[in-house]
Each structure stands twice: as structure tokens, then as C-alpha cells.
Design a protein around this ligand. Structure first.
Ligand code: GAL
Length: 755
């Protein structure tokens, strides 16, 4: 049987690489994985600081249990161009920064200490995707994902693939395919026992097949009583494969292994009539996500990666995430499986296509992505183009062919912004940034939030069609921007979603993007941030976030969000109206001061197709005298949302806000001590009605005691009424307290535990 151990402690890090690192352990900084080679400031940094080689070293003490067995290091990923040596011997060279690779140590280990040396080169090497041109995101260097020590028999299971069939029938089928890892090429004879289990291990079905070559295939038929994986009930099952085989002339060598994977039963199909999940039409409402975090870049472990999936599903109420523009953390994908969030996953790249060797590497990325992720039910489409690249017939014929050969159960897409692009994929997936584009850019096309599919494809017939990005750089908006800009930001997201909902030929639309992200100097607001998110970099919502969340049903969550700072003079001409309320309520009432409440309904004239149109209060509902004008008294407002005639939520807007509460909100208070575990802590300056105070100037001093540390500085400005940080465990168990001091909102202590 295999043993797989996380190897995240006792690494020595060097902020440079020298050939002497290959031969000799040298003094450096002791670090744990995942590790970011160079932490950055939140903004205004020099991204070249990490674009160079680094070294990691670790001593691996010989264990007699390893004798006659296969021993390897399994890297979930490292950025980038990673070379591994053991005791001075080269054992692995992996170019890509987003996919896993293995370093085989068998035969090179000695009794006593063994030196592992890893060189990661953060340079933007033009021979490796995504590099060669400019890219609008950062590729933070380091061993930023987990590394595992794997010990198994000379013949073991390399990977398994679960293919489901008849998913919608009462009796379903499964074929479990397995590939052996047999580096010494032994002639094997044996069996694979395949069990279909519940996640708790309870065995539901099983079968056994003979294993003779490098592969096996085990069908399980007539499977009754199994549930579908769906958005509301994402039922997962587990397949466990147990390998028993022997080799040698007298079959004297015995090999045993066990490997399991989770999977689900579902169908997912993009058609000319839209997208169908389990045979039911589902309009895709999604957001693009990068896998980065402030200060530490990509080097965030399970909890923080998974949390983003929860935010997308439970706060933003999206049904799909696109992993722009690379295979993302398995922890994120696992969480998407668990909570029912669809995924569009794609290979690394951004606009630039390199030479043939570069393309070969990209084709290898297709294989690595699909072989790593084919059992995730959440993934419904493979992106097999370099994001927004030009057409390239030969290259994309190869990527599509390989994706189809490896996984015939999913369709391919490939994100372009081009009109009349050659459709080699199953779905025409396109970034449509035409909303509010200049007439010149639109070449005489009438202003529209989205173009018609045929106009984009240039085809005389319909094809499956999905909008993969919109807005973004066309209307960057900061969370601290004036109310009027934020209203426009909201509208643009609603306009596109409305258009997508109204066109049955569009499977859905995926906005750019979930949250603001650090980027190169060539992009963004000059501060190394693209302020393109519907949330800021801390995942705090801008008003546009509620354009998405308000589309869910009130039974899931009542959303009532007035898009306003509620002040007499924040908007031009001191106009308070129109007042936009993002909501899924049946109607909303606004009461200001002593006047009778005014009622308004979702604005179906503006947004006929959205599941929940916003309520817009304007001269139709409110007499300007009710609100008064410049120089007149400014008063409190009360916004009340009604569902089925009942008042279900109320937002009170103070006409005289003063700082009243420092809200301290930790995503989690129990953290793991045995790994780098980080949780987000958000601090909000609230007025007496619990609304953010957008223009409050104050600073927060943090001090931590116990086994944890703040990622980033301990002195933080409150911006747009809030600030936040991630707190990471340092390795020991025990109580953690975070003292939070402000000048105007006093001091608080937050208690957490590292277990
Ligand atoms: C797209 C690109 C994204 C991002 C976005 C900003 O062209 O695919 O990665 O740069 O623009 O709006």
C-alpha cells in the first residue's frame, strides 16, 4: 500500500540559486509550504522582485521502510520552471507553474541524510506558457502548493478516471479506468477491486477485474438508488480502487495499492438552445476568478482557496466560476464539487502564442489539466485555447483533439475576443466587451451590452455560445469610488446579465471578475491592481456584487441593498434620485423622515429578463419635495423589502451617521496548527445603523499573541469603511488573540484557536 505524507515543514529557502545548492545544504531561512518566494506590498510594488531563480533545500532522512519501494516527491505545483535534484542527481524538470509533477527518488536515496534541492525560476521565461508577451496578472514565484512524499510498491496505480453513463436513468452506469505506475516495466498479473462508496466509505457496489497490461477498465452497471450531483444537492460518491498484482518469473513480487477519488453523476451540455445541467436548462451566471491573495500571492492553503468558492456560491450566488487563466488549486475545485458550483477550467496563457516548442508545452498542459481534474463533477467545460489569443488552426486542432481523446464526456471551449474566429471547439466561448464601447470600436453596431451570437461567430447557423468575460477594463471601479460611478458599474453588470438572460442562444455570461487582483505595471490603475472586481482584493463587496447576489431566490437569501452612501451631497447636483436598490424582494418601500413610505416594484422596463430586476426609485415614485434640496434638512431613510406581502428585511440609512461600532468578523475561529492555515478577518467601521462609513479616516493597529501571524502589515488604513487581513497559523497549537486598536472605534480582542 502507498503512504502519502505532506512534506510542508523543514524546508530551507534561499533568495537566489547557485549550483552549489545542488551539492550541499546551506544556511538559509527555514520555511513551511506553501511558500511565496517574495511577499509583495498590497500595491505599488515592483513585480520584477520575484522574477529570478530561488532555491529550496530539504533533508530527507532515510527510512528503512523505503527499501525496494518506489519513493517520489509529488509537487502540486511550483512557479515556475522547476528543477529537482536528490543528492546531486537531477530527478525532475517541470516548466509549467500550475500543474503537478513528480520527482522520482527511487534508487538515488542513501541511508542517513539525503539532500533535496529545488530550483524554482520566477523569471518570465518566454519559452513557457503563459509568458512571451504581457500578461494581466502576476505569476508569483515559489513552491506555492503542497509537496507530498509518496512511497508505494514498484507497481502502483498512477491515476483513475471515473466515467459515468445513463446518469439521468434510474439505473446508472460507471466505468472506472485505471493506469498503472510501473517505472521499472515489470510484467504484472493481478486484479483491481473497484468499490463505489458513499463518502463515509459505505460500499454500495463493487466489482473485480483482471489487470495484465498498463491499464484496466472496470464497468459497474445497473446502479440503482444513486443521486445526481446538482447545484442544490451536490451529491458526491467515492470510487476506491485496490490493486493486487504480482510480477517476476515465479510471480514472487507482490504489489498492493489503493487509490480513491470522488465523483458525481451529472450531465452537462452546451447546445444552441443554451446550457443544460442534468437535462434542465440553466442560464450560467458566473464570475472569473484568479487564485491570488494580497501579499502572499498564490501561496495560500486549503481554507482560503476553498473559501473563495463559498463566496462565489453563497454570497454572490453565482452558479459558475471560470478559473481564469490556468488550472487552479485543487482545494478550490474540491470545494466547488462539495457545494455545487460549476467550473470552466482552462490552460495557462494570455493572448500570446509562442513557437512550436511553446505550443508543445501548452498541449502538455491540456493533458496535465485534464488528467488532474477529470473526476471533478463541477467542471463542465475544458478551455483549450490560450485566453484571447489569435486563431491558430494547427495548434488548436491539437489541443481540441487531445481534450476529446482524454475526456469525451466534456465539451471544449477556447476563450477568444475575436469575431469570425475559427470554431474548432464545441462551444464558441467569447469575451464580449462591447458594452459602452466607442462607436469606432463597434464599427457602426448599435450600442448593446452584448452582440448577437451570429454577429460574433460570423456563421449562418447557431452554435453553442457562452460569454466568458465582460466589463472589467471597460469600466474599472474601486470600492471607494463615488456613488455615481458605482451605480454605473452596477448597471453595466445588470445590462449584460439581462441581455444574456433574454437570449436563449446565449448559454450565460461570466463577468470580469470576482475580485480585484494584483497585476503588472502595464495594466490596472498604476497601483499594480486591476480594480475590475465586483469585490475588492479582500473580497469585500462593491455595490456591483449585489447585482449578482440579488439574482438568487429570496428563499435562499433575501437581498436588499440600496446602492447609496445616503448623503445630501455625494452625487452631482446633490441629487439623491434615482435611488437603485438591488433586491430580490417583490417590492420595496422607501420612507424618508416623516413622509409616508413610497413603494416601487422591480424595474421590468429596464430589465425585463433578469430573475430579479432592481427597484429604482425616481420621480415616478417620489416627489422631490419629499427629499428636499440643497440647503434643506437631510433625514434618515428606511428601505423595507417585501416578499409575499410581508416585510422581510429593512435597511436603515442614517441621515447623521457617526462611527459607532468596529465590526470584527473572522471567517473562522478554529484553525489548524499542523499546516499553514489562514483565515480572513474583516474589520468594518459602522455607523449607528450598521452601515459602512465609506469616508472614515482611521488606522487599525494589530498585535497577535499565540501561534499565528498577520499576513502583511500590522498597521492598516481603514479604506472605504473597512480593512482586513489574513491570519496564518505558525505551527504550534494553542490560543491566539488578536488585539485590534483604532483611534475612534476603540479596542477589541478577537480570540481564536490553533488546534
Ligand atoms: C481580458 C482578459 C482578462 C483581463 C480582462 C480585463 O481581455 O482576458 O484577463 O485582462 O481583459 O477586463
Amino acid at each position: 500500500m502507498r503512504s502519502v505524507t505532506k512534506l510542508h515543514t523543514e524546508w530551507i529557502f534561499h533568495d537566489h540559486f547557485s549550483p552549489s545548492h545542488i551539492q550541499q545544504l546551506q544556511a538559509g531561512t527555514s520555511v513551511r509550504l506553501p511558500h511565496n518566494a517574495v511577499d509583495l506590498e498590497l500595491n505599488y510594488f515592483d513585480e520584477r522582485s520575484y522574477q529570478k531563480p530561488f532555491a529550496y533545500q530539504r533533508v530527507l532522512r532515510w527510512d528503512s521502510a523505503w527499501a525496494d519501494r518506489e519513493v517520489s516527491l509529488e509537487f502540486d505545483a511550483a512557479m515556475a520552471n522547476t528543477e529537482v535534484w536528490v543528492n546531486g542527481q537531477p530527478v525532475a524538470h517541470h516548466l509549467d507553474g500550475y500543474t503537478p509533477f513528480s520527482a522520482r527518488l527511487t534508487g538515488l536515496l542513501q541511508e542517513g541524510d539525503n539532500l533535496i534541492t529545488v530550483k524554482v525560476d520566477g523569471s518570465e521565461n518566454p519559452n513557457i506558457p503563459p509568458f512571451g508577451g504581457q500578461i494581466d496578472y502576476l505569476t508569483y514565484a515559489g513552491i506555492y502548493r503542497d509537496v507530498w512524499l509518496k512511497v508505494c510498491d514498484p507497481v502502483s496505480i498512477a491515476r483513475i478516471k471515473v466515467e459515468t453513463a445513463d446518469e439521468l436513468a434510474s439505473h446508472k452506469r460507471v466505468t472506472v479506468r485505471g493506469w498503472l505506475h510501473n517505472p521499472t516495466g515489470q510484467a504484472v498479473d493481478g486484479t483491481a477491486r473497484v468499490r463505489l462508496c458513499k463518502l463515509d466509505g459505505h460500499v454500495l457496489y463493487q466489482t473485480e477485474v483482471a489487470v495484465q497490461g498498463e491499464q484496466f477498465s472496470a464497468p459497474l452497471n445497473q446502479l440503482a438508488g444513486l443521486e445526481l450531483w446538482d447545484l442544490d444537492s451536490p451529491t458526491l460518491y467515492q470510487v476506491q480502487v485496490e490493486l493486487h498484482c504480482s510480477s517476476g518469473e515465479q510471480q514472487q513480487y507482490k504489489h498492493h495499492d489503493q487509490l480513491s477519488t470522488r465523483f458525481g453523476f451529472r450531465t452537462a451540455r452546451f447546445t444552441t438552445e443554451g446550457f443544460f445541467l442534468n437535462g434542465k436548462l440553466l442560464k450560467i451566471r458566473g464570475l472569473n476568478r484568479h487564485q491570488s491573495f494580497p501579499y502572499v500571492g498564490y501561496a495560500m492553503g486549503q481554507r482560503a482557496q476553498a473559501r473563495d468558492a463559498d463566496i462565489l456560491k453563497h454570497e454572490l450566488h453565482c452558479n459558475l466560476a471560470r478559473t481564469s487563466h490556468y488550472p487552479q488549486s485543487s482545494y478550490f475545485l474540491d470545494r466547488c464539487d462539495e457545494i455545487g458550483l460549476l467550473v470552466f477550467e482552462e490552460i495557462p496563457g494570455w493572448q500570446h502564442i509562442g513557437n512550436l516548442a511553446w505550443q508543445d508545452e501548452s498541449v502538455r498542459n491540456v493533458r496535465r489539466m485534464i488528467e488532474r481534474d477529470w473526476n471533478h463533477p463541477s467542471i463542465v467545460i475544458w478551455g483549450v485555447r490560450i485566453n484571447e489569443s489569435q486563431d491558430n488552426h494547427d495548434f488548436y486542432t491539437r489541443t481540441n483533439a487531445l481534450a476529446r481523446e482524454l475526456d469525451s464526456t466534456r465539451q471544449t471551449g477556447g476563450v477568444r475576443y475575436l469575431e469570425n474566429s475559427e470554431l474548432l471547439e464545441d462551444v464558441y466561448t467569447v469575451n464580449d466587451f462591447c458594452h459602452a464601447a466607442t462607436p469606432e470600436w463597434m464599427r457602426g453596431i448599435a450600442p448593446t451590452p452584448l452582440r448577437e451570437p451570429r454577429q460574433v461567430t460570423g456563421l449562418a447557423h447557431d452554435v453553442p455560445y457562452l460569454v466568458t468575460e465582460f466589463n472589467g477594463h471597460m469600466f474599472p471601479t474601486k470600492r471607494i469610488d463615488p456613488e455615481e460611478r458605482q451605480i454605473e458599474h452596477v448597471k453595466r453588470h445588470l445590462d449584460v446579465l439581462n441581455k444574456a438572460y433574454g437570449n436563449p442562444g446565449i448559454a450565460g455570461a461570466i463577468g470580469w471578475c470576482m475580485y480585484d487582483y494584483n497585476t503588472h505595471k502595464d495594466f490596472g490603475a498604476g497601483d499594480r491592481i486591476c480594480h475590475h472586481g465586483v469585490m475588492d482584493i479582500l473580497r469585500e463587496p462593491k455595490f456591483a456584487a449585489f447585482a449578482y447576489s440579488s439574482q438568487c431566490e429570496p428563499s435562499e437569501q433575501v437581498v436588499l441593498q440600496p446602492v447609496t452612501y445616503w448623503a445630501r451631497g455625494e452625487k452631482d447636483r446633490c441629487e439623491v434620485l434615482p435611488l437603485w436598490v438591488l433586491t430580490n424582494c417583490d417590492y420595496v418601500e422607501l420612507k424618508v423622515g416623516d413622509f409616508e413610505p413610497k413603494r416601487a416594484y422591480p424595474d421590468r422596463d429596464l430589465y425585463p429578463h433578469l430573475p430579479h430586476a432592481p427597484v429604482v426609485f425616481d420621480g415616478r415614485h417620489i416627489n422631490m419635495n419629499d427629499l428636499g434640496a440643497w440647503g434643506m434638512l437631510w433625514r434618515d431613510g428606511v428601505v423595507t423589502g417585501y416578499v409575499n406581502g410581508q416585510a422581510v428585511q429593512q435597511v436603515r440609512l442614517s441621515g447623521s451617521p457617526v462611527p459607532t461600532t468596529l465590526q470584527v468578523q473572522a471567517d473562522d475561529v478554529q484553525l489548524r496548527a499542523d499546516e499553514k492555515d489562514a483565515t480572513r478577518i474583516v474589520l468594518r467601521a459602522l455607523d449607528q445603523e450598521h452601515r459602512l462609513m465609506p469616508f472614515l479616516d482611521d488606522v487599525v493597529h494589530l498585535s497577535v499573541s499565540g501561534p499565528a501571524k498577520v499576513l502583511g502589515p500590522e498597521l492598516l488604513p481603514i479604506k472605504g469603511g473597512m480593512t482586513g487581513f489574513w491570519l496564518e497559523t505558525t505551527g504550534e497549537t494553542g490560543p491566539i488573540s488578536v488585539r485590534i486598536r483604532t483611534r475612534r472605534l476603540g479596542e477589541q480582542v478577537l480570540h481564536l484557536q490553533a488546534l
